[in-house]
Design a protein around this ligand. Structure first.
Ligand code: PDD
Length: 275
């Protein structure tokens, strides 16, 4: 594993981040998690596009150009020698005396960590994960991949405490997304997922699934669906960079059949995208 902070490659355990870095004093920053397959970053352009969208949304200048970022990522990957890796990119608004308003001039800082990819345990990958509902309590700009993840942390812990692998945010009965994933259900052979509004993260894997479904001529409905629609669905799956396309076995009290024809078609098509 390898780390990078403000222009320098380091050891992951080096105690290097200044006390006044706004990432940990305010959560004032943004991030991306990128999966590497066979030494190649997957959907890198999409992740960098989203990083730019997040930066613009919080009026933060990125410390590197896109070309420089790509070069740094490549350099990190070749130093790390990990073919199946996970890249964590974080941009903080930098270190400055603790004042809520932006520091001047802008001194944003890149943190990068490259390590072995986390993978879902084979029995869960195959058999499906259990998920549970939590009440939405986040702000209205969840399309920004912000470092403020306290609600997500609490939601994930709640899932863990109740023997589940993921919590799903539900707002006034509407199923939105997971604490670190997007969610789909299959009803009569068609896909349903919450629309890409400002109130959810526009997942890169979510979009890949929508594109693959189009190729496979599976209709996709980006509409708001309620919990009882999900409970009556034939199949449910969640998507993320780290979990890929992950079948769901149980959602709260509802169990889904072991046969998942549509999920499996999407999973197969997703596998074929990997380098
Ligand atoms: N999480 N929704 C939320 C709230 C997320 O945090 C994530 C990703 C997703 C899925 O997005 P994508 O397909 O682009 O990974 C949806 C990352 C992996 C994380 O925080 O570790």
């Amino acid at each position: 594993q390898i780390a990078f902070y403000k222009d320098t490659f380091l050891d992951l355990d080096d105690p290097i981040v200044p006390i006044q870095d706004r990432a940990h004093q305010f959560g004032d920053g943004i991030y991306e998690v990128i999966r590497v397959y066979n030494g190649q970053p997957f959907c890198l352009a999409e992740h960098l596009d989203r990083l730019e969208i997040s930066a613009d949304a919080i009026q933060m200048k990125l410390p590197y150009s896109r070309e420089e970022l790509i070069t740094l990522i490549q350099k990190g990957l070749s130093q790390s020698l990990i073919p199946e890796a996970e890249i964590y990119l974080q941009i903080s608004r930098g270190a400055a005396p603790r004042l809520h308003s932006f520091p001047e001039p802008d001194n944003s800082v890149l943190t990068m960590v490259i390590k072995e990819a986390r993978i879902v345990a084979p029995d869960l990958k195959e058999g499906g994960v259990d998920i549970c509902a939590v009440e939405e309590d986040r702000w209205k700009n969840c399309y920004i991949k912000s470092l403020n993840l306290l609600s997500n942390v609490l939601a994930k812990q709640k899932a863990k405490d109740s023997g589940c692998q993921e919590s799903i945010y539900v707002e006034e009965g509407i199923v939105k997304e997971g604490s670190s994933s997007n969610i789909f259900c299959v009803s009569n052979g068609e896909l349903y997922t919450f629309p890409a509004k400002r109130t959810i993260l526009h997942g890169i894997t979510r979009q890949k699934v929508i594109d693959l479904a189009a190729d496979l001529q599976i209709p996709v409905h980006e509409i708001e669906s309620n919990l009882s629609f999900f409970e009556r669905a034939d199949e449910v799956f969640i998507t993320s960079t780290t979990m890929e396309v992950q079948a769901v076995k149980r959602f709260g009290e509802t169990s889904y059949p072991d046969e998942r024809p549509v999920t499996e078609r999407i999973q197969k098509a997703f596998e074929a995208l990997k380098p």
